[in-house]
Write a protein that binds this ligand. Structure first.
Ligand SMILES: [Mg+2]
Length: 373
């Protein structure tokens, strides 16, 4: 296969540098660490946060459990097989949210530009606001110390000129580590990285890349953009940008969430009758996101895309918001009756969402935190 460069317009990593200073902070094994902090009997033991049932998944695994191969998002039954001595703890998202707010309050000492990605990680733009510190690295270290001293938890941090590099860097020295990718060291950091580390490269894409002989960022850099696009379409375009460490996305301070959803492109086009298990899977995913945020939604939405790319949505507004993944799945599945397409129609995508979000918490303190986010 043609491995030589064809294009003439490869950007250099140098050209891509802006003067931005971005920190990505990622709490180490967050839910599991909070559990171990708050219950000394769990320290040093393999802790799995999540239910034990056949349909439960691992929400977080302590480093002791990870040594057995347990990972978050893995079915709990698999985790039990891998690590029979694991201690299962039911997740307590209200507590994790409260700790997450404390972490965020520490960030806010240094910069107002905070973009949380989840309860346990966030991007910070410290280009102009550094809380009186000289460098972005000093900010990252001050934040890590404050988290350690005040909250008795550890965090890892990545410091770089954009979000992509900062996020990759925070992973480099986990747990309890920091990695600074200076502009002149971008290539040294990036080129040896296996492609699966890049955002958007899941197991499926990784397989495709590997079949093309692409294992590391350096392998991608040996290709022209045109070649990558020919092979991989839009994924190729994104990969090309990522391989040069280019990422112009700004750090966006949190906006108020109006909806929550999950969707999935099916590996085969399916008939309407065959969609129910996929709807259930998307309902579970949506429910997990909502649960972490402490809300549910009174309007349930089913989104489908036909094999010929027509998008249709059906929704129903409920008297009370769903209180479980099963309830959400049930509502979304019921909407199949209202699709009204010919029986021969095939579908390529299934999505489940909720809007009209409301807090599931009675705790007025939680509401107040949200107001002052
Ligand atoms: Mg984390």
């Amino acid at each position: 296969m043609g491995r030589q460069k064809q294009g003439t317009s490869e950007p250099t990593a140098q050209a891509a540098h802006s003067e931005r200073r971005i920190v990505h902070v990622d709490m180490d094994a967050f839910y599991a660490s909070v559990e171990q902090r708050d219950d000394p009997s769990l320290r040093g033991r393999p802790v799995v946060v999540g239910g034990r049932g056949a349909r439960s998944v691992v929400a977080a695994a302590s480093y002791e459990a990870r040594r057995f191969g347990v990972r978050s998002a893995m079915p709990s039954t698999r985790a039990e097989r891998l690590c029979p001595e694991a201690v299962f703890v039911a997740p307590d998202f209200a507590r994790y949210r409260a700790v997450s707010q404390q972490v965020r309050a520490i960030f806010a000492r240094y910069t107002p530009i905070i973009e949380p990605l989840s309860l346990d990680e966030a991007y910070l733009d410290v280009t102009t606001h550094r809380g009186g510190l000289e460098t972005a690295t000093a900010v990252a270290e001050a934040i890590r110390s404050a988290i350690r001293d005040e909250l008795h938890l550890t965090a890892s941090a990545g410091v770089a000129t954009n979000k992509l590099l900062a996020k990759l860097a925070s992973d480099a020295n986990k747990p309890d580590g920091i990695c600074v990718v200076r502009p002149q060291a971008v290539d040294r950091f990036l080129l040896p990285l296996p492609l699966r580390y890049l955002p958007g490269v899941g197991p499926k894409t990784q397989q495709r890349l590997s079949a093309l002989g692409l294992q590391t960022v350096a392998d991608v850099r040996a290709q022209s953009e045109a070649q990558l696009i020919e092979w991989l379409g839009r994924t190729g375009e994104r990969l090309f940008q990522q391989a040069y460490g280019i990422d112009e996305r700004p750090v966006q301070a949190e906006r108020i969430r109006k909806s929550v959803s999950a969707e999935d492109t099916l590996s085969d086009d399916l008939s309407l009758e065959a969609l129910a298990p996929h709807i259930t899977a998307m309902a579970e995913k949506t429910w997990r996101t909502a649960q972490r945020g402490g809300y549910s939604g009174r309007t349930v939405i089913l989104k489908l895309k036909t094999a010929d790319f027509r998008i249709l949505t059906r929704h129903s507004s409920l008297g009370t918001a769903p209180t479980s993944a099963d309830e959400l799945a049930e509502c979304a599945t019921a909407l199949l009756d209202r699709v009204g397409m010919p029986a021969s129609t095939r579908f390529r995508l299934v999505g489940v969402g909720m809007t009209n979000l409301q807090s599931t918490e009675q705790d007025p303190q939680a509401e107040q935190h949200r107001l002052f986010d």
